[in-house]
Write a protein that binds this ligand. Structure first.
Ligand SMILES: C[S@@+](CC[C@H](N)C(=O)[O-])C[C@H]1O[C@@H](n2cnc3c(N)ncnc32)[C@H](O)[C@@H]1O
Length: 262
């Protein structure tokens, strides 16, 4: 478990792998770019170790990026909003979750999103085919206590305030703009977990496009690490990345594999 401040529950988060991942970064980098930032776990860890002072945080999930921006830039506002929503739960917290979920699906309000993620099963983001958030509440827990949430929010804000650019573009648009002095941490969604559509995230990425984007990073001599595919039991998710990308493969417990360009 990490000692880093970490307010957003999110399946696929690399917070517990952050120290392993950081071993492959130089001591200092001009800017860290996360094209699939999710909860920005690696940016949080990189700032904590003072490896960089500049961060480009991008994820296709707009309310998630807006939530991160609030946490970083307006910690009081989001901590107060969380406490207010959390305290509305009273006795009927399951019903309250469904009401909050309905409000979120109408408004995409990032403040409601924080509560839903804290309160839903395994912090797992699931969307139906109309892109409505449809994850169920965890019936055994009420979600992080507001005071604990506030501490985590303030901790992240202390590490990242005034140092980030937030965008919600497709990763290809972000990679097209990276510079030689950047370090890029690439953590795409798993491939092929749920047939044709990975309902855990907004989109699945196309394998061939992804390979082209990595090739281009190699050509431009950009430093990067890719977390790619996973293994659960004997089952491996995801097609292997081609040899021609010259990636060094490292395996980690939790089923993640990390690939580093050398
Ligand atoms: C494995 S998660 C990243 C987790 C992150 N490293 C963390 O620690 O929280 C993959 C992320 O990619 C995002 N995503 C999916 N398709 C994308 C795309 N085409 N461009 C940018 N982000 C995308 C998802 O919304 C999801 O947050």
């Amino acid at each position: 478990m990490t000692s880093l401040p970490y307010p957003i529950q999110y399946q696929g988060s690399k917070i517990n792998l952050a120290s392993e991942i950081l071993r492959f970064l130089p001591n200092r980098v001009e800017r860290l770019v996360e094209p699939f930032s999710g909860t920005a776990a690696i940016s949080i860890a990189v700032s904590d170790k003072a490896i960089s002072q500049n961060f480009s945080i991008n994820d296709l999930n707009k309310p998630l990026v807006e939530l991160l921006e609030l946490i970083v830039e307006k910690p009081d506002e989001i901590a107060n909003a969380y406490a207010e929503i959390w305290n509305e739960q009273h006795d009927n917290s399951v019903e309250h979750f469904y009401q909050a979920r309905e409000r979120f699906n109408k408004t995409n309000n990032p403040k409601l999103f924080l509560y839903l993620l804290a309160r839903c099963v395994k912090g797992a983001v699931r969307y139906n085919s109309e892109a409505f958030f449809n994850q169920s509440p965890d019936k055994r827990r009420k979600g992080t206590q507001p005071e604990k949430m506030r501490k985590n929010i303030e901790g992240v804000s202390r590490l990242l305030k005034g140092k980030c650019i937030f965008t919600y573009l497709d990763y290809k648009d972000v990679l097209a703009e990276v510079r030689n002095s950047d370090f890029v941490y690439i953590d795409p969604p798993y491939q092929g977990v749920c047939g044709n559509r990975d309902s855990r995230y907004y989109s699945r990425i196309n394998f061939d496009d992804f390979v082209v984007a990595i090739k281009e990073l190699n050509r431009k001599k950009i430093m990067f690490v890719v977390s790619y595919d996973g293994k659960r039991g004997n089952k491996i998710f995801g097609k292997e990345l081609p040899e021609e990308l010259r990636l060094k493969k490292l395996k980690f417990k939790l089923g993640y594999r990390l690939k580093q360009h050398y």
